[in-house]
Write a protein that binds this ligand. Structure first.
Ligand SMILES: [Zn+2]
Ligand SMILES: [Zn+2]
Ligand SMILES: [Zn+2]
Length: 294
């Protein structure tokens, strides 16, 4: 695992173009084990010991101190997904048209087509299928009754789509992706993914580099301890699990992170209202419990 200063060097070399993305990623992931925590490294422990204060910055306690991060870096795949999406949107805005032949191949190669039954009279989709009655189909739109529904071929749908992307005939999600996800799409959805893939292939290197630099920056920020506070075990627990911190006014009671002070320190009127609403909440939950709703 790279040390803090090695990581900064790697980031700078990649940003300046001194090294290629592939090389940078190989360096970064060389002995990176999934789930390995950066605080297991010697480098981390040494720098941490210089930064951690000798008392809790929230309550001044000196008991069992930890260094709390206020933010955590995401995974590389999350940065990559966001950047890809942004590039795809720009690509789609700049070149909204698709090549008919290429799109048609894309649909037929990547998706299974599950045709929707249509009324042979009015071409309304999904007529009622009756179990006991004959003829088995009944069209709710034109009231026609029939034994055999008609179907459009995938090619027909694609042609209609090229004429008018919002046509009623092409709105059904009747295509299932052949990959492991088995996504159910209509032609508009497929067009989006097709263009997103094109954007991704066209700018793969740029997208990868941009995403990896963001990821490195956030990892560096995390390792820098910039956004940390020293907290005792009790305050750390309240902060992490209960999203609460010590009230800055009385420094005695805890308060939700979103509130300026604890309930006790609110001005008289607001305190009454807050206490009443807590009381109301308790009664409400009690009532639900008795009724067996909860
Ligand atoms: Zn504390
Ligand atoms: Zn009909
Ligand atoms: Zn208070």
């Amino acid at each position: 695992m790279l040390t803090y200063s090695e990581l900064i060097e790697l980031r700078d070399k990649l940003a300046s173009g001194e090294i290629e993305l592939e090389f940078a990623q190989a360096q970064y992931w060389k002995d990176f084990k999934e789930g390995q925590k950066s605080w297991h490294t010697k480098d981390w422990k040494e720098r941490r010991s210089k930064i951690i204060k000798d008392k809790c910055e929230i309550c001044n306690s000196k008991d069992k101190l930890t260094l709390q991060h206020r933010s955590h870096p995401g995974k590389y795949s999350e940065y990559l997904r966001d950047i890809t999406r942004a590039y795809a949107e720009e690509y789609i805005n700049c070149s909204p048209d698709i090549d008919k032949y290429e799109f048609s191949n894309y649909v037929l190669n990547k998706y299974d087509y599950l045709p929707v039954p249509l009324c042979p009279n009015c071409k309304n989709s999904n007529p009622n299928k009756r179990v006991r009655k004959i003829p088995q189909y009944h069209c709710t739109a034109c009231r026609h009754e029939f034994d055999e529904a008609i179907y459009r071929s995938a090619g027909e749908l694609i042609s209609i789509f090229h004429e008018n992307e919002d046509a009623i005939e092409v709105r059904d999600k009747c295509f299932v992706s052949k990959d492991q996800w088995r996504n159910i799409h209509n032609l508009s959805n497929i067009k989006y993914w097709h263009q997103r893939e094109r954007a991704k292939n066209k700018d793969a290197e740029t997208i990868g580099k941009e995403a990896f630099l963001l990821y490195l920056n956030d990892s560096i920020k995390y390792l820098s301890f910039d956004d940390t506070i020293t907290a005792c075990k009790k305050c750390a627990f309240n902060f992490d699990i209960n999203k609460m911190e010590l009230c800055p006014k009385c420094k005695q009671y805890y308060k939700g992170l979103q509130y300026p002070t604890c309930i006790q320190c609110l001005p008289e009127e607001k305190r009454k209202a807050a206490l009443e609403s807590i009381e109301f909440g308790k009664k409400w939950r009690e009532m639900h419990r008795q009724l067996g709703i909860d």
